[in-house]
Design a protein around this ligand. Structure first.
Ligand code: NOJ
Length: 747
């Protein structure tokens, strides 16, 4: 027994040494295969098992210890500390027969120790380079504690703000989601997964999860093939092209088939059609949940369905280790298919160089100056200025007295946002702290008014009102506690919780210049608040450096430049409302909107002239996709095309002039939209095809250029991809309401 172990260890060392020198993919696959050849069926299935750790201190729970030692664990989820990670990895590497290292999986969603704004805020930067840098920092920090695999980026398209997980998404647009997903993957994985600061990324949740009916998490999704291809699958395809290491199958049922048992989406599209080389991990117990869905009759059936569909690793159900062996022994599952799954998992371990470097990288890499500067920059670029009456912002640095009010003004935990496991509230710099640091203690007066965002006890309101009375300007920091957003935290009513509306109302009666900074992960129905405050800065849950980032914006050191990645409805009843919708046969307009109270009593029923609107809320949202104000103004003009007619395989240059016509140096995000006027299936009224962040001094102008290829104009009709000849409209501007337009033809 001992000899076998020794021989196997020697063999493994040989494998490892050889791997170091292998340069080609083929060499690596040969090493993977030679390892597979040494593995028993149990050991193979063990690699396909992700263990959920729930004991938060050492020593390792004896049951887990044995499972790892027996080679029954390929990955661990939620090892709680660097010491625990090290110990688990040590058991796998030194005590298991083949010494195969573990994938240490962790939800590193918007930062590891340095917490960046929540993902919807990161999307609002419209700055993929910045998002890439955030992922690089997160990867470096994580790897320095032994984590080598993140369950990010989440790339579900989300068109329903009731869905609590929209906070983790890039919002409603597939192009924006593609750009941000690819940027995060490149940031996490680096040029090469074997770099010491790289970790493996996961494209999740495959697929359609964000389309949960009614915005209620885990709910059924019904997505026609054309929409699946044109919208929901697109970021995943881009992720595969960017060599993402893993893909996570979802919790949702898609058109009747749960996505963790979906042969069509996983086996056919992801693996066969797109040639995905990484591995598929199920979402948490979603293999087991095939039974709950009523899609599998028992655990054996669920295992078979998930595995045959293409799930390679089972997160936390333990169904694979419980059942796969007998499915093979009974001839239901072929061992070659198991080998294929194991090959995918081992390849990622080899790619990460885990056989050589299984443990944490050396040196403390947490919260470096570079990380904190970047975090502050992302806060600045993510905040979206939605209203600025009488240019109340930016505030003068000489202001005498500022009242800081609200339950989020000094809430270091809440400002980190959802899905934070490794960030620490003691590292958060709150708005209150940052404002005091900036203005000095004597010029700042503070009253939270409410203890938390949900407080309904009004006893603190008077103190807040008195505090506001004594100030020249009132800064309100309102929003949500982080736990009111995220997984399974959906809301049917998207209003400020607790007594916050009442507090705003009382403060507004004072007639002082009032600025509201909204700190949340979701899109709240802010229309009723707009009349009560002068400025509204949508600051999201900003993470560690929220306070300093806000200070730069509030006092004009930087101008806001964030843009909305999701449409802001006027009321929940308008949901879903998104800019890239199809036209109806009765498109609405201001003239055609029949206002509820204008209808004569007993008016005649007719279809004539009717359009697609609500009697009470019309058809326009409150703020459109891509919208965001600045302290300056940008003028777009002179839209030009390099050609008026293009043919298939041609590329077009679309250019426009952008000029800063205000008095402040600032960034703007120039956006390119296209409409395919007539299609074999109805095409969206506008589609984002490009964006660029541009910095301009007052009076400065630049030409912004976008390349548009015929490839960018393709769409799926439910059966196949097309580029159809015809007329196209193209716009450049700084929101989806851009009006500067020209036309071209595809022949
Ligand atoms: C369930 C969530 O849906 C998924 O996004 C997450 O990565 C896993 N749990 C692991 O925590």
């Amino acid at each position: 027994m001992k000899l076998t172990k020794y021989l196997n260890s020697v063999l493994l060392i040989l494998v490892v040494m050889a791997t170091l020198s292998c340069s080609s993919e083929q060499d690596e696959m040969d090493h993977v295969d030679s390892l597979i050849n040494q593995m028993t069926l149990d050991e193979k299935i063990g690699q396909m098992n992700q263990l959920m750790n729930f004991v938060d201190s050492l020593p390792i729970d004896p049951y887990f210890y044995n499972l790892i030692k027996e080679g029954q664990v390929g990955s661990v989820l939620n090892a709680f500390s660097p010491e625990m990670i090290h110990e688990m990895q040590r058991i796998a590497v030194q005590e298991s027969r083949l010494g195969i290292p573990l994938l240490i999986g962790r939800d590193i969603i918007h930062g590891y120790r340095t917490i960046f704004p929540v993902n919807i805020g990161l999307a609002a930067t419209f700055n993929p380079q910045l998002v890439k840098e955030c992922a690089e920092i997160a990867a470096m920090e994580a790897r320095s504690e032994g984590v080598n695999w993140t369950f990010a980026p989440m790339m579900d398209i989300s068109r329903d703000p009731r869905w609590g997980r929209m906070v983790e998404s890039c919002g409603e647009d597939p192009y924006l989601a593609e750009q941000m997903a690819v940027a995060s993957i490149k940031g996490f994985q680096g040029d090469d997964l074997s770099n010491k600061n790289s970790i493996a990324a996961t494209a999740k949740h495959y697929v359609g999860y964000g389309a949960a009916i009614g915005g209620r998490d885990y709910n059924t999704t019904l997505i026609p093939e054309a929409e699946l291809r044109n919208v929901y699958l697109r970021p995943f395809k881009a992720a595969v092209q960017a060599d993402v290491a893993s893909v996570m199958s979802g919790f949702n049922e898609l058109n009747g088939v749960p996505t963790s048992g979906n042969v069509y989406t996983i086996r056919n599209i992801l693996k066969n059609e797109w040639g995905f080389k990484g591995f598929v991990v199920s979402d948490w117990a979603s293999v087991k949940n095939l039974q709950v869905h009523g899609f599998a009759k028992d655990s054996m059936d669920a295992t078979e369905k998930a595995f045959i569909a293409g799930v390679d690793m089972d997160m936390c159900s333990s169904y694979f280790i419980d059942n796969l062996k007998s499915l093979v022994e009974n001839g239901i599952v072929k061992e070659e298919l198991i080998d294929n799954a194991v090959r995918r998992i081992l390849k990622v371990k080899f790619d990460l160089d885990l056989f050589d470097k299984p443990y944490a990288t050396e040196g403390n890499k947490l919260l470096t100056e570079q990380a904190l500067d970047l975090a502050k920059k992302t806060v600045i670029q993510s905040a979206v200025l939605l209203q600025n009456k009488n240019n109340v912002l930016p505030l003068s640095k000489n202001i005498k007295k500022v009242a800081v009010i609200g339950p989020l003004a000094d809430a270091p935990h809440e400002q980190m946002g959802t899905w934070v496991f490794d960030g620490k509230e003691e590292n958060s710099i709150t708005p209150l702290k940052a404002i005091i640091d900036f203005l000095g203690e004597e010029r700042v007066i503070y009253s939270p008014g409410l203890e938390t965002s949900r407080t309904i006890d009004k006893k603190g309101l008077n103190d807040a009102i008195k505090t506001a009375q004594n100030a020249d300007v009132v800064l309100l920091f309102m929003g949500d506690e982080s736990i009111l957003t995220g997984e399974a935290h959906c809301r049917a009513e998207l209003t400020l919780p607790g007594c916050q509306n009442e507090l705003i109302h009382e403060i507004s009666k004072l007639g002082k210049p009032t600025v509201l900074v909204m700190m949340t992960g979701v899109i709240l129905m802010v229309e009723p608040i707009l009349g009560k405050v002068d400025a509204l800065l949508y600051g999201w849950h900003p993470g560690t450096m929220g306070g300093p980032g806000y200070v730069d914006l509030l006092f004009g050191i930087e101008s806001p430049s964030g843009k909305l990645p999701m449409t802001f409805p006027r009321t929940e009843g308008q949901i879903p409302v998104y800019y890239n919708h199809n036209n109806t046969g009765h498109p609405p307009s201001d003239e055609s909107w029949i206002r509820m109270y204008d209808i004569p009593v007993k008016a005649w029923q007719t279809s004539l002239g009717n359009t697609s609107h609500y009697l009470d809320y019309g058809f326009e949202p409150l703020f459109e996709f891509g919208f965001g104000l600045s302290y300056t103004e940008f003028q777009y003009s002179d839209i030009k095309l390099s050609k008026k007619v293009i043919s298939k395989n041609d590329t077009l240059v679309v250019a426009a002039k952008i000029k800063n016509i205000g008095g402040v140096k600032a960034d703007d995000v120039a956006q390119l939209y296209v409409r395919d006027l007539v299609g074999s299936i109805v095409r969206p009224v506008k589609e984002l095809k490009g964006f660029k962040r541009i910095r301009l001094n007052p009076g400065e102008e630049k030409i912004v250029e976008f390349m548009l290829s015929s490839e960018d104009l393709t769409f799926h009709d439910g059966e196949k991809w097309h580029v159809e000849p015809g007329e196209f409209h193209v716009w450049i501007g700084n929101s989806s309401k851009a009006s500067l337009m020209t036309k071209f033809e595809l022949k």
